[in-house]
Design a protein around this ligand. Structure first.
Ligand code: XMP
Length: 513
């Protein structure tokens, strides 16, 4: 689509996606590539700027990821971050050494605010440091533009050659003025104009899809989740009734979810498309009867899902295009270049093999989750769908310990609906990464009225996370937990205890299976 582009060269840092997201937040399109991307390819891409990420290595290790010095001679602005800054110093014959003390965490940094990079940044500013090595001596022609008591070169630059380096991490929120620094790099140094905006992305994508599809037939597996919903609406705006969406209700959805999806996408809904809802609850419950092992349950659901979808697809006949809701984090090559494998993520595992189609359309392939949400709002999708909690494909089956039965599904649906309602009422929903109720397989003795009960314990989970790879338990105010508990034991049959899961990930996972 020919947007101004910045390339993030990945040297194995843990924040590479975060850098790309921060750049995108400044309205500049940005792609993450492994450090093995060739110089030729880089030239061809004609980027406005290049960012070297951090990484766990030391530039002097034989195995460390490096890049040829010529990348610094293209006249394209480069910003090196942490390991990337050391690499820049190393390539230009500066001196990198092991710091006398490693700096880790929030650190006060003195910056030279006459630098283009630090324009408008306070003279003394808090930055996030995480390093063992540091630049001991800047290369010739470089000016030192920031220091800490430990780091003689916390930032350096060669303005004429447009080369900039920072030892700290401007992309993490702990660096208080990090966004300003990245913005300065993009606008003051790379001279970007900021042409990456969701309204024009949506408009251009719709046009491109229309052109690609022509009068072809399109099929989409709709789950009601954010990604597939946004993809479906984009397709519907582009090609209308040439699109058929198949929504499989496996009986493991959240309370009222099936009807909500149908209300939006069905015949009385907001969009011009063919909508098929398959009510396959009984089929899934029958297959799951007696199964208790979490992986086995997942496999059964995955397989059955494909079977149901396949049957529907057969009725529709051959299609030209299959829509998938793949998003950018699924596409980014992981780890270090050489052996990097692109995650082959399918929102509904294995679908392409069972459907007779010519080509896949992935309209959200370039977007991060927050951008998918913005695109969703641009497309006029209701907010409650756009800001939906992440919900796993196997649904409530991964929130029910032990055998899945219709009765247990009902219990967890009701408890979860109460929990979500109270979290929303308390205004906490946007601050918590993910929250839900799960049903433990534990039953215990309780007393209700004058009667003995022997009922289930519901577990409440709420975690703070930015990447879903690690998470910590959220501190939900006691009044909220207490209200949720009272409501669940009063309103949901067969529950006499409510517990709060205080475990982080690791050692637990986010889901409760
Ligand atoms: P875990 O439980 O692995 O979850 O810590 C991390 C994130 O992934 C979601 N999740 C899934 N999403 N299909 C999905 O689309 C799945 O099978 C699946 N399993 C877990 C989970 O909700 C959390 O956001």
């Amino acid at each position: 689509m020919n947007n101004e582009t910045v390339i993030v060269l990945d040297f194995g840092g843990q924040y590479n996606q975060l850098i790309a997201r921060r750049v995108r937040e400044c309205n500049v399109y940005c792609e993450v590539h492994p450090y093995t991307l060739s110089l030729e390819k880089i030239k061809e891409m004609n980027p406005k700027g290049i960012i070297f990420t951090g990484g766990p290595n030391s530039v002097y290790d034989e195995e460390s990821p490096r890049y040829e010095r010529a990348i610094l001679e293209l006249g394209i602005p480069v910003l090196g971050i942490c390991y990337g800054s050391q690499l820049m110093a190393y390539l230009l014959d500066g001196k990198v050494a092991t710091a006398p003390v490693s700096e880790y965490g929030k650190t006060e940094v003195e910056v030279d605010s006459s630098s283009k990079l630090f324009d408008g940044v306070q003279k003394s500013t808090i930055c996030w440091m995480s390093h063992t090595d540091y630049i001991a001596t800047a290369p010739e022609g470089f000016k030192i533009t920031a220091t800490t008591p430990v780091c003689p070169v916390a930032a350096m630059e060669n303005e004429e050659k447009k080369l900039y380096a920072v030892q700290f991490h401007p992309e993490v929120l702990h660096t208080q003025e990090g966004s300003k620094m990245l913005h300065n790099f993009l606008y003051n140094v790379c001279e970007c104009t900021g042409d990456w905006k969701m309204d024009s992305f949506v408009e251009k994508s719709i046009e491109a899809i229309r052109e690609k599809v022509g009068d072809g037939k399109v099929l989409c597996a709709l789950s009601g989740g954010v990604d597939s919903s946004v993809a479906a609406v984009m397709l519907s705006k582009a090609v209308g009734k040439q699109l058929t969406c198949v929504f499989v209700d496996h009986g493991l959805l959240r309370k009222n979810e099936g009807d909500e999806v149908e209300a939006v996408f069905g015949p009385n809904g907001n969009y011009d498309l063919n909508f098929i809802r398959v009510n396959a609850q009984e089929r899934f419950y029958n297959k799951l009867a007696g199964k208790t092992e979490p992986e086995e349950k997942r496999k059964i659901i995955g397989e059955e899902f494909i079977r149901v979808f396949e049957e529907e697809a057969k009725k529709i006949g051959a299609v030209d295009f299959l829509v998938q809701g793949t998003i950018y984090p699924d596409v980014i090559e992981s780890g270090l270049g050489k052996s990097a494998v692109i995650k082959s993520h399918h929102n509904v595992g294995g679908l392409p093999e069972c459907v007779d189609f010519k080509e896949i359309i992935e309209p959200l392939r370039d977007l991060f989750k927050d951008e998918v949400r913005k695109a969703g709002l641009e497309l006029g999708i209701p907010e409650y769908l756009v800001f939906r909690q992440p919900f796993p494909g196997p649904g409530l089956a991964v929130r029910i310990i032990g055998e899945v039965t219709a009765e247990k599904v009902k219990i967890v649906q009701e408890a979860d609906a109460i929990y979500r309602e109270e979290i929303e009422k308390a205004g906490l929903s946007r601050n918590i990464g993910q929250y839900f109720a799960a049903l433990t397989n534990m039953r215990s003795v309780g007393v209700m009225g004058d009667f003995r009960t022997y009922d289930y314990a519901v577990a409440l989970r709420a975690v703070l996370t930015s990447d879903f790879m690690t998470a910590e338990a959220a501190e939900i105010p006691w009044e909220v937990l207490s209200k949720v508990t009272t409501r669940i034991v009063n309103e949901v049959k067969h529950v006499n205890r409510v517990m709060y899961d205080c475990t982080g990930k690791p050692p637990a996972t986010i889901e409760f299976e």
